[in-house]
Design a protein around this ligand. Structure first.
Ligand code: GAL
Length: 352
């Protein structure tokens, strides 16, 4: 009887031991829960179809999104179409054929990219619109900053600096839904002052492809048509603000005509320190890329997500997450852009 008991004890001990050994064979920092692995056991693969790398911010988006995805143990496939709609569609198609699990897209043309959403859905792949909305397609999720708020912040600052006078509006690319949201935000704030006759919008043009050279040409024309009688300029982003300030400089007006921009580009921050640009709107790209990466994993795993708002894109009410932008001028440069290390003091002359 005693011998039988001993035998049983021995057997159960060896079974227990075997179980312990099995656990220790899993990789140390297993980032994958069982259901995160696609059926083929490969890590989830995210496609990131970008419009352009022309502006400084998109280089940051690419770098930070890549890090955000890879830090979750996933794969990412990135392509940039540099403003070419046909190329963007071909690049997205290639990613779909290569078996991505989810597509994240920065559309060049809000309308043209609807075709990509249809192709992705046809392959059972969900699509997230990154920073810019895709129009007229049943997009699964849109994540951006509150672009109307960006325009409002620009106009509020300019009205503070120039409550009366002649205003020039240098718009963004008409193919970019953000350019329309920005403009709406600007004019919602300026309207009362326009109606009171305090300010006149003496020039208002879109800028194809956000091209600084075009912004320069628009600003030069505005100065010429109005005999340099311009009191304030609102440009849809820092790249176009840079073009406008060059044109002002040619007339010896840089620094005496307040200019608003967006994106907190290094050159714009330098201009704010030098006094030739009055403000920019800071959008912490690290928050956007992190948020999209986290939501991409949730969606790719088939989980429900908590949108903060829904936005109508002409086809459906798109579940959306909008992040907060911040107005920045010389007064809060340190507590925002530098505090976040978006740029470092060393990169900016005259900040020591
Ligand atoms: C917008 C974006 C801006 C700006 C612009 C030019 O969609 O929100 O940050 O940089 O594109 O690429």
């Amino acid at each position: 009887m005693k011998r039988l008991l001993g035998l049983l004890l021995l057997m159960s001990a060896s079974v227990w031991l075997a179980a312990c050994q099995e656990d220790s064979q899993l990789p140390e920092k297993s980032v994958f829960k069982e259901d995160e692995m696609p059926q083929d056991g490969e890590p989830l693969k995210i496609g990131f179809a970008m419009d352009t790398l022309k502006e400084e911010r998109w280089l940051k988006d690419r770098e930070l999104f890549e890090q955000a995805i890879e830090s979750r143990g996933l794969e990412v496939d990135i392509a940039a179409a540099n403003g070419d709609d046909a190329l963007q569609i071909a690049q997205a198609e290639e990613m779909i054929q290569e078996g991505i699990d989810l597509l994240v897209i920065v559309p060049h043309n809000a309308e043209a990219t609807a075709a990509i959403v249809h192709k992705a859905h046809g392959a059972g792949i969900k699509v997230i619109a990154y920073d810019r909305l895709v129009k007229n397609a049943e997009i699964d999720l849109y994540v951006s900053f509150d672009n109307e708020k960006v325009g409002e912040l620009q106009a509020e600052k300019m009205l503070e600096l120039v409550p009366e006078g002649n205003y020039v509006y240098i718009g963004g690319a008409p193919t970019d839904n953000n350019a329309h949201l920005l403009k709406k935000g600007v004019f919602d704030v300026l309207q009362p002052a326009i109606e009171r006759g305090d300010i006149n919008i003496i020039y208002d043009e879109w800028t194809e492809d956000w091209a600084p050279e075009q912004a320069f040409a628009h600003m030069s024309q505005a100065l010429e048509i109005n005999g340099n009688q311009i009191d304030a300029v609102i440009a849809a982003n820092d790249a176009t603000a840079g073009g406008a300030i060059e044109a002002l400089a040619q007339q010896g007006l840089a620094g005496s005509v307040p200019v608003a921009g967006q994106d907190a580009e290094l050159a714009a921050v330098q201009r704010i320190v030098d006094g030739t640009q009055s403000m920019t709107v800071y959008k912490p790209i690290q928050q956007l890329s992190e948020r999209v990466a986290a939501l991409a994993v949730e969606l790719a795993e088939g989980n429900e997500i908590e949108p903060t708002v829904s936005i109508n894109n002409g086809k459906s009410e798109v579940p959306s997450v909008l992040l907060e932008p911040t107005a920045v001028d010389i007064g809060n440069l340190e507590s925002t852009i530098l505090a976040d290390n978006f740029h470092s003091e060393e990169e900016i002359d005259g900040m020591e």
